[in-house]
Design a protein around this ligand. Sequence first.
Ligand code: NAP
Ligand code: HSE
Length: 442
Amino acid sequence: MPDLANTDKPLRIGLAGLGTVGGGLVELLEKNATLIRRRTGRNIELVCVLVRNLNKPRSVELPDGCLVTANPADLVDNPDIDVVVELMGGIDAARSLIEGALRNGKHVVTANKALLAEEGIDLLKLAKEKNRILRYEAAVAGAVPIIEALRVPLAGQRLLSVQGILNGTSNYILSEMSTSGLDFDTALKQAQELGYAEADPTLDIDGQDAAHKLTLLIRLAFGVNYPYTVLPVQGIRGMDARDIAMAREFGYRIKLLAEVKRVNLDEGDDGPIRLAAGVYPVLVHHTYLLARVGGVYNAVRVESESAGSLFFHGRGAGSLPTASVVLGDLLAVARDARPNNTGFADENIPRASIVPPDECLTKYYVRVMVPDTPGVLRDLAGCMAREGISMEQVIQRSNDGGHIVPLVFMTHEASSLAMKTALQHAMDTGLLHKPAVCYRVL
Ligand code: NAP
Ligand code: HSE
């Protein structure tokens, strides 16, 4: 493996916020240090952490020499810091930190959708003016990389609509009320304990958090500003379990949906882009993919003119899922303008350490054609047992008096070689009328 540790200067970061997401980021920086170096050709060093309360006990361990401070100037004015990562939340303190960082020539990574929805346009302008990078993948749909998808692979075509389940807390509450029979307050309390909810959870349950995120998606999808203050927004506060149950009886699931549709596609792109948008609880038929997005998961469905519909799905909140995309943003900054066509810093990609296909483990579905005589199942089970394969379920269908009948079984995990050997043995001993049909089971 090439040693990339010293091929370039480390990227030095100042982290504002050591809560759910900030703590997750510190953990990932340590755990994935080698991978980060291989991906970017440099180390990422945590120089300084800003918190509100210096006396609060912390569950994460900071690297040696990392300063912990309650003074934002220690980040913003520190010439040793290349990137400020803002994971504090809130508006005023976060805005002033990000503005200060950009003015002092630092790149910024943030997950703060409230700030970006309210003041993002000014901050993005400032970043451009200062020729600095401002990335915010974690601000929408947690680990789902929808911002990059809209900015890059989907950027060359006209988009018709974006629909999303964008708030993990609300989706968790609705799912728990629907499947576990929890009441609203208990489900919300659990979401808070799991680190999904905002510091002020009314933003989640009243739909404002989803509205913030929708504002960001509208900007990226259509290049226009739809102020979140004029978006029609209805949250899930006061959702009655009876409506969830009745909707289920009609074949629907209730989801908090954020959506935007372009209504004047036929008018071309030179005039104003006319949009219908909002955030509201919606009954979604159970056969739709969006209806199957459960718990803390988020999903975004994009309808595009040339590529048709695309569906993005993943964890919408929580410490490590969210921190993982904050880290992805940091890697993008660390790579800067360097070509990175393989996804790694060194294009001499080493050969993988390969598990021989015969040793790969999976469950199997097997159908054999066997004579309908006593002892066949025992003999077949014997062939499997010889190779250490355990049968999980067996079905034998009678064949209208026919002598050769199908016998179908599912196995526990077995190696490919064991399965091949067992079936060959069954064939060689005359047990099978013809070669077995054998498929892997996911
Ligand atoms: P959190 O657990 O409440 O942590 C916030 C951290 O910021 C704490 O360490 C706090 O310090 C610090 N902080 C807050 N205000 C500060 C100030 N004025 N000065 C200095 N430090 C301050 O929040 P979180 O859940 O990690 O969320 C952070 C950001 O990520 C928010 O913008 C949120 O919307 C966004 N986000 C969160 C998730 C998620 O799943 N939680 C997902 C996506 C995006 P103390 O520890 O000393 O109190
Ligand atoms: N509170 C937010 C949610 C965090 O529940 O979706 C992720 O943005």
